[in-house]
Structure formats: structure tokens, C-alpha cells
Design a protein around this ligand. Structure first.
Ligand code: ZN
Length: 341
């Protein structure tokens, strides 16, 4: 099969490797129909040291089940399925508590090879969700967002406990930030301030429910949000992951409020002390989204067309064009690239 590898910063190659096989009775093999490139993939794309051994890329996909191990009961060959970006048993103590990304099963983990023709899915029953549409459905892009970005944006809003009438600020106009806007709106937020500078993206953010767009960053951006909200937003959703975004969140959160982070932090140290969080009773929340827990909840509105999270895809490429997709996203010419097989 053909699969995507990263050999170092800026060095993406599509190569032919052996097809994956069922290794455990709980595995399934899925033939990928749609996959995509994630903002998270850009972190190693920008910083990974050059290596003789490529690392397989991709963690968002939907496809058709080809084969299943003998213990798989929930899906069968021919089913169209979407996977959460983590794989888990969905039965252990932490999974049942809704923290599937902390599953204790020894075979649990995170996908790393979904920009490929075939994917081996460990713990298939706890990971795959059958989709009630055909493999040529126009809903595929929106359904694919359930694998990560939509569930991650929703997680940001859930972790901030967004509810009716809230004022919410979203930092980041990437796919996750835009779907955090959509999610905040779905959860009843009244005012949603999107912090982003890219006009086409913030326009989509307005379509998803943003009432305000703040293009300024840093101190200027902080002052603007504090001014517009009379002292800060009670719920701040941080969907970037870089340190300046964290500092921005601390700057715009209202006393007694919540910062909910879903951008994977690219830093280990940041202020959490008296002046930054403690004195103003700020809650710091967030983490890797238990997307598997949200698929069932988010699926109905995608199926009936109430929401269209698939609009975050603004370019479609073939598998062989994936290196161009990384380049385009890195240049910010592309918001999110869909890979069609
Ligand atoms: Zn588990």
C-alpha cells in the first residue's frame, strides 16, 4: 500500500510499504476512503530533526472495513466507519468516565498512520463507529471531522462548561478553533469572540456563530477583548498550542473564569502563579479530546445537515499530493486539506 512518511522538517514522502495485517483478535483493517492533514501534523513538519527512518503520519480517517479479527463484534467487512484519533477499549474505568484518551488497556494508543491506503485499527470495537451513509455520500467531509477536529473543538467548549448565555472567546482560527466556535454556539453561547487574522477563516467562524472577530494579537488583542467584554471573557477556548496563545488566554480571561486548552502545548513552562491564575480564581482545563465519547453525540446533527463542520476543508488532494497539502497548510494558504482516495 501507499503511505505518508515524515523524514524531518519539511520532508514528507509517500511511499509503498507492506499492507498491514490483523495482529490481535480485536484488530480490524480499514481501507481508507477519506483522510486529512491536521494542524497537529504541522508541529513535527516544522521541527522534526532529519532522520533516515520516516515516521508514518496521519490520525484522522474514515473508510471501509476490509477484515476483522475473530473477537471483533461491532463492525464487519463492508461497513463504512469513522475512527477516533485515539484507539481504546471504551470499556475500562477511564473510558467509562469519558476520558477515552487515558484508556488503561495495554493496546490503547494514538493513530500514526492514517494518511495511507490501509490502517490497522487496534481495539476496533472501542474505536470504530459505523456510519449510516454510503461511501460516496456528500457528508463524508463533515463525518471525517468527527475523527478529531470537531470533537476536539467540542471538547474545548465542554471543558470550559459553555452553556446558555455565555460569553466565550476562542483563540485560533484553525479548523479546531472554528469548530470550537460551532460547538460553543451549539451549547448555547450568546456571544462568541473569535481571535484570528485570516479573513476567509474568520468569515467561516462568523458563519459558525462568532459574533465578534478580533484580529489583534498580544497586548493589543488582550486590550481589545477586555474592552469589548468589560473585563474579559468567562470562558476562553485555546485552540493553538503555542505559548503566546496561552499568554493571550491568561490576558483575556475574566476573574472566576476558565481557560480550556485543546491545542497540543508546544511548551512545558508557563505562568500559573499568583498574578496569572491564582489571584483571579482562574480554572485551567483541557487536554486531548476523548473524541470517541463525542461521536455519538455529534453525529445526528451532521447527518441531518443542521451543522456542516466539513466546511473547514478548503482543498482536496490525492494521496500522492499529500506533500503539497502539508506545504499549503504550513504556508497558511490552505486551512485544512482533505485526502480523497
Ligand atoms: Zn479504556
Amino acid at each position: 500500500m501507499r503511505a505518508t512518511f515524515l523524514y524531518g522538517a519539511g520532508d514528507v514522502r509517500v511511499e509503498t510499504i507492506a499492507d498491514p495485517a490483523v495482529q490481535q483478535p480485536t484488530d480490524a483493517i480499514v481501507r481508507v476512503v477519506r483522510a486529512c492533514v491536521c494542524g497537529t501534523d504541522l508541529h513535527p513538519y516544522r521541527s522534526a530533526p532529519a532522520s533516515a527512518h520516516g515516521r508514518q503520519m496521519g490520525h484522522e480517517f474514515l473508510g471501509t472495513v476490509e477484515r476483522t479479527g475473530t473477537d471483533v463484534a461491532g463492525v464487519r467487512a463492508g461497513d463504512l466507519v469513522v475512527a477516533s484519533f485515539s484507539y481504546q477499549d471504551n470499556t475500562c474505568e477511564f473510558c467509562r468516565a469519558g476520558v477515552q484518551t487515558a484508556c488503561v488497556h495495554p493496546q490503547s494508543g494514538f493513530f500514526g498512520g492514517a494518511q495511507a491506503e490501509l490502517v490497522r485499527v487496534p481495539l476496533a470495537d472501542g474505536t470504530l463507529v459505523k456510519l449510516p451513509v454510503d461511501a460516496d455520500s456528500e457528508l463524508l467531509p463533515s463525518l471525517l471531522t468527527l475523527a478529531d477536529v470537531y470533537g476536539t473543538g467540542y471538547h474545548a467548549a465542554k471543558r470550559a462548561n459553555v452553556g446558555a448565555g455565555d460569553t466565550v472567546a476562542v483563540i485560533g482560527d484553525g479548523a479546531v478553533g472554528l469548530l470550537a466556535v460551532l460547538s460553543a454556539r451549539q451549547l448555547g453561547a450568546e456571544r462568541i469572540i473569535l481571535m484570528g487574522r485570516h479573513r476567509a477563516r474568520t468569515d467561516l467562524g462568523r458563519e459558525y456563530g462568532a459574533t465578534d472577530v478580533v484580529a489583534e494579537r498580544g497586548e493589543e488583542g488582550i486590550a481589545e477583548v477586555r474592552d469589548r467584554t468589560g473585563g474579559g471573557a468567562l470562558k476562553v477556548l485555546e485552540a493553538v498550542g503555542h505559548r503566546p496563545a496561552y499568554d493571550q488566554a491568561v490576558g483575556i480571561v475574566r476573574p472566576g473564569g476558565v481557560i480550556s486548552r485543546v491545542g497540543v502545548p508546544q511548551y512545558e513552562e508557563a505562568p500559573i502563579g499568583f498574578a496569572s491564575l491564582f489571584a483571579r480564581n482562574i480554572t485551567l482545563n483541557g487536554g486531548p479530546a476523548p473524541v470517541r465519547a463525542y461521536i455519538d453525540r455529534l453525529l445526528p446533527a451532521v447527518l441531518d445537515g443542521t451543522v456542516n463542520p466539513g466546511k473547514v476543508f478548503d482543498r482536496t488532494v490525492s494521496l500522492d499530493e499529500v506533500p503539497d497539502a502539508y506545504r499549503g497548510m504550513d504556508d497558511r494558504a490552505v486551512l485544512k486539506a482533505l485526502i480523497a482516495f
